[in-house]
Design a protein around this ligand. Structure first.
Ligand code: ARG
Length: 461
C-alpha cells in the first residue's frame, strides 16, 4: 500500500524515518472534520462544473459522509500511516470507491486544502474561545456587582495611589477582555475566505463556481489571489496575536490576584478549591492556578513569534514551513482555553475582605484630595501640591494620617483649610468626588456595570 501521493514520479519510496518525521497527521488530525466537509463541498463543486457525473458525486458524498460520521463517533478511527489528514481521507475514499475516489482531487491541491481546513477550523473554534472569554468577564462582573460600594486602593508604580471602588478595579480587568472578545471576532473574520479554486498556485482549469462553493461552506468571500492564498497565514497570525494578548490580560489579572490575595494585602481570599497547599509548609495556601496562567502566557507569545518567524523568509507560494502553523494555532488555542476556564473558576471563588481593602484605601493616599480641596479654594494646583507634599512629609515621619490632624495643624499648613476638610478628605468622599464617566465615581461605576450587564446578555443570546 502506498502511503504517499506522489509515487508515479519516484523510483524509490521515501525513507521511513524522514517521512514519519515530516508527517503532520499526528497533529493535523484535528482538522479531520473540516477536511471532510471541505471535500464534500469540493465534490459538489466538481459536479456543478460537470467534471464528475451524478453517479460519482453521489458515491463520493455517501462515502465522505460515512467517513465523517465514523471519525466523529470514533476518534481512534482517524489514524494511520498517512502523511497528513488530507492523504488519510483520500486513502479511505480510494479504498472504498476505487477510481471514483481517485477523481476527488481533480483540480485541487493540498496547498489550498490545508489553508481551507485551518480557516474552517478557526471559524468554528474561535466562537468557543469567545464564549469562554465572556464567561471569565461574567465572573468579574458578578464579583463587581457583589462588591457594591466597597473600596480599595488603586496602585500606580505598585504604590498605593488613590481610593477606588472594588467594582471599578474588577471592571478594569473586564475591559481588556472585552476588547479581546472583539479581537477574536476579527481573527475569525480574517479566516473567513474560501481558498478553493486556487489550485496548487495558479488557480484551477476546471469551471468551478467559487462563489457558490464559498456559500456552500459558509464563507462570506473568496480569496483574491491564488499565489497569495497558498502561502497566506496572516489569519493564523491574527488569531495567535488575539490569543497572546488575551493571555497577557489573563496574566496581569493573575498577577494582581496573586498579590492582592496574599497575606501582605489580603483584600481578597482565594477559594480553597482554586488554591493549593504546600507539601512541607502547613501554613501555605498557594495560588498555583494563577501562577500557571501567568507562566503559560510565554507559550502563547512564543507561538505567535514562532509563526511570524516561520513566515518572514518564505518565497511566494506554498512552502512546507507552513505546516508549522498548526502547532502554533492548536497550542495557543488549548493554552488560552485552559487559562480562561481556570481564571473564571478563580474569580468566581474570590471572597472580598471588605474591611482590609477599605483600611488600605485610607491614609496618605488621600493626598490628591487634600490638594483638590485647596484648588477648590482658589490655590493653583502646583502650589497646592507643594503645600500638601510638605504635610505628607510631616505625617509620614510621624506615622500619622490626615484624619489625625487637629484643626490647628490643618490651619498651620494653610489657612484655607476649613472645618469641612475632615469630611472632604475620606476615601468615600474621594471616589464620590470623581466626575468623568470612566472614573471610579459610584454613579459612573453603576453605569459601567449596567453597560457590561447588557453586553453579557447580548453575547449570551
Ligand atoms: N501537511 C501539509 C501542511 O500542513 C499539507 C500541505 C501539503 N502540501 C504540499 N505541497 N506538500 O502544510
Amino acid at each position: 500500500m502506498t502511503t504517499h501521493l506522489w509515487s508515479g514520479r519516484f523510483d524509490a519510496p521515501p525513507d521511513a524515518l524522514t517521512f514519519a518525521w515530516g508527517s503532520s497527521f499526528g497533529f493535523d488530525r484535528r482538522l479531520f472534520e473540516d477536511d471532510v466537509i471541505g471535500s464534500l463541498a469540493w465534490a459538489r463543486g466538481l459536479k456543478r462544473a460537470g467534471v464528475i457525473d451524478d453517479d460519482d458525486a453521489q458515491r463520493l458524498e455517501a462515502a465522505l459522509t460515512a467517513i465523517l460520521e465514523r471519525g466523529r463517533a470514533e476518534p481512534a478511527f482517524v489514524d494511520g500511516p498517512d502523511e497528513d489528514v488530507h492523504s488519510f481521507v483520500e486513502r479511505l475514499l480510494v479504498e472504498r470507491l476505487g477510481d471514483t475516489g481517485r477523481r476527488l482531487h481533480t483540480g485541487r491541491s493540498r496547498n489550498e486544502q490545508v489553508s481551507l481546513d485551518l480557516r474552517l477550523y478557526l471559524m468554528r473554534r474561535v466562537p468557543l474561545l469567545q464564549r469562554a472569554v465572556a464567561a471569565a468577564i461574567g465572573a468579574l462582573y458578578r464579583q463587581a456587582l457583589q462588591a457594591g460600594d466597597a473600596l480599595m486602593p488603586a496602585f500606580t508604580h505598585f504604590r498605593p495611589a488613590q481610593p477606588v471602588l472594588v467594582a471599578h478595579f474588577l471592571l478594569a480587568h473586564a475591559a481588556p477582555l472585552r476588547r479581546d472578545y472583539d479581537r477574536l471576532a476579527g481573527a475569525r473574520r480574517e479566516a473567513d475566505a474560501l481558498t478553493l479554486g486556487s489550485g496548487a498556485i495558479a488557480g484551477t482549469s476546471y469551471d468551478i463556481d467559487v462563489e457558490a462553493l464559498a456559500r456552500d461552506l459558509g464563507f462570506s468571500r473568496v480569496v483574491a489571489n491564488s499565489i497569495d492564498a497558498s502561502s497566506d497565514r496572516d489569519f493564523a497570525v491574527t488569531f495567535l496575536y488575539a490569543c497572546a494578548l488575551t493571555m497577557i490580560h489573563l496574566s496581569r489579572l493573575a498577577e494582581d490576584l496573586i498579590i492582592l490575595c496574599g497575606d501582605e494585602h489580603g483584600y481578597f481570599d482565594l477559594s480553597d478549591a482554586t488554591s493549593t497547599g504546600s507539601s512541607m509548609m502547613p501554613q501555605k495556601k498557594n495560588p498555583d492556578p494563577l501562577e500557571l496562567v501567568r507562566g503559560k502566557t510565554g507559550r502563547a507569545i512564543g507561538q505567535l513569534t514562532a509563526l511570524l518567524t516561520a513566515l518572514k523568509g518564505l518565497p511566494a507560494g506554498y512552502n512546507k514551513d507552513l505546516q508549522e502553523d498548526k502547532h502554533a494555532v492548536f497550542d495557543a488555542e488549548d493554552t488560552l482555553a485552559g487559562c480562561l476556564m481556570v481564571t473564571r473558576a478563580v474569580v468566581e471563588g474570590l471572597t472580598l475582605n471588605r474591611a482590609r481593602a477599605e483600611a488600605a484605601a485610607s491614609g496618605l493616599l488621600l493626598a490628591t484630595d487634600v490638594a483638590d480641596y485647596l484648588v477648590g479654594r482658589g490655590v493653583p494646583f502646583r502650589r497646592a501640591h507643594e503645600i500638601v507634599g510638605a504635610l505628607v512629609r510631616k505625617l509620614h515621619t510621624e506615622g500619622r494620617a490626615f484624619q489625625a490632624l487637629s484643626a490647628e495643624e490643618w490651619h498651620s499648613a494653610s489657612d484655607l483649610f476649613g472645618a469641612d476638610v475632615a469630611d472632604r478628605v475620606t476615601p468615600r468622599a474621594s471616589v464620590a468626588a470623581k466626575r468623568t464617566p470612566q472614573s471610579t465615581a459610584p454613579d459612573a461605576v453603576r453605569d459601567a456595570l449596567a453597560d457590561l450587564g447588557r453586553w453579557l446578555a447580548g453575547v449570551a443570546g
